[in-house]
Design a protein around this ligand. Structure first.
Ligand code: PLP
Length: 391
């Protein structure tokens, strides 16, 4: 996405640098529909728990929003939508609220799953980052305590999509529950809760054009969730606290817009593929990690061997191109990617991998800008290395 940043001071001396945002998996821009819905709600006063007319208007807005958010998962009952503060809370509510003694999480889960439940067990993945379903089967068979399995729909760093229906089937065969973190997939792919087969599905608004700080855990069946927060009957007793109505309205509007425009991801996929092909031509030693598995249409994890990811991110940023190294959800996070380590990628190669993630506004010009900056860095670095060797 190119932008004319309104905050940038205008200078007569320096030409305005083009800015290209290719970090959509970290967060996406607020959709105009979401901004409009939020402004409308902010202009009114009303607590959804109040019985008077303004309260009832607020309540109606929450219930309508539940329908729009449920639609992200196909034909799921809107009553199952529990509004929470984002993907992180949705994951915590799933892991703790299900009340299971054992929790098994894949080796490539987001940190908000991996680090949530003390003593959680790890389900391995193969070299492509795909969960080893047979290993899950064995893990579940080895211990009969009531369990919950948590595996994401699609990975935030590589875009790799998991065989969630198979995972659900094996999980249920063992009488366990299945939670699926669909934060990165929702709004980019048409999802169907029935096909996923999960008992619980996590969503986050800011990845699909809603505001940050709002998300949902969707209970697809009759599971009774124990709340993380008590002291109020909001969300049918599943999450106490006055509802974040502006956030909820923004989430709903973004969900509707995302579904209406889901076809745009065919174009995004073509752009992503074009980017990867051009890199392969320019730099035969560059690698796209996870490329052999089914992937999200917008994500590319690209390794430039021998050049640290942080160096690449900074060099690209100097050219106005914004990408991230590994999972950049928590700002300033530096360190080896647990996702690439789980895929048995050599630490050096993992350390030279950046994540490029596109979105609905991404243009061919953005790809051209990225390729120009990336190729310039590649040539510079290869030139330096060759020169140094010759000397
Ligand atoms: N799950 C995945 C796969 C994510 O990528 C993220 C954020 O990047 C989260 C959960 C956390 O979502 P939130 O930022 O809404 O807490």
């Amino acid at each position: 996405m190119a932008s004319d940043n309104p905050n940038r001071p205008l200078s007569r001396d320096r030409p305005v640098q083009r800015e290209t945002y290719l970090d959509w998996n970290a967060t996406a821009p607020l959709r105009p529909e979401a901004a409009t819905a939020m402004s409308a709600v902010l202009a009114r006063c009303g607590n959804p728990s109040s019985v008077h007319r303004w309260g009832r208007v607020a309540r109606q807005a929450v219930e309508r929003a539940r329908e729009s958010v449920a639609a992200l998962l196909g034909n799921v009952n809107p009553d199952g939508v529990v509004f929470v503060s984002g993907g992180t809370e949705a994951n915590h509510l799933a892991l703790f609220g299900s009340g299971r003694e054992r929790v098994l999480v894949s080796d490539v889960e987001h940190d908000s799953v991996r680090h949530a439940f003390p003593g959680s067990e790890t389900i391995p993945v193969d070299r492509h980052g795909v969960v080893a379903v047979d290993a899950l089967d064995r893990l579940l068979a080895a211990d009969e305590r009531p369990a919950l399995v948590s595996v994401m729909y699609a990975n935030n760093e590589t875009g790799v999509i998991q065989p969630v229906a198979d995972i659900a089937a094996v999980t249920h065969e063992h009488g366990a529950l299945f939670h699926c973190d669909a934060v990165q997939a929702a709004g980019k792919l048409l999802l169907d809760a029935e096909e996923i087969g999960a008992d619980l599905v996590g969503l986050s608004a800011h990845k699909l054009g809603g505001p940050p700080g709002i998300g949902a855990l969707v209970v697809t069946g009759g599971l009774d969730l124990a709340p993380l927060f008590r002291g109020g009957r909001q969300e049918r007793g599943r999450r106490a606290g006055t509802e974040n109505l502006p956030g909820i309205a923004g989430f709903a509007a973004a969900a509707t817009a995302a579904l209406e425009e889901i076809g745009v991801y065919d174009r995004v996929r073509a752009l992503r593929d074009q980017l990867e092909e051009r890199i392969a031509k320019t730099a035969p030693d560059a690698l796209v990690l996870g490329a052999a598995a089914p992937r999200l249409p917008n994500t590319a994890a690209i390794a430039m061997p021998g050049v640290a990811a942080e160096t690449q991110v900074i060099a690209l940023d100097l050219e106005g191109v914004m990408v991230s190294s590994g999972a950049a959800c928590s700002s300033g996070k530096v360190g080896p990617s647990h996702v690439l380590a789980a895929m048995r990628v050599e630490p050096e190669l993992a350390g030279s991998t950046i994540r490029v993630s596109l979105g609905w506004n991404s243009l061919e010009e953005d790809i051209a800008h990225f390729l120009q900056a990336w190729t310039a860095l590649y040539r510079r670095r290869r030139g330096v290395t060759e020169g140094a060797r010759a000397a």
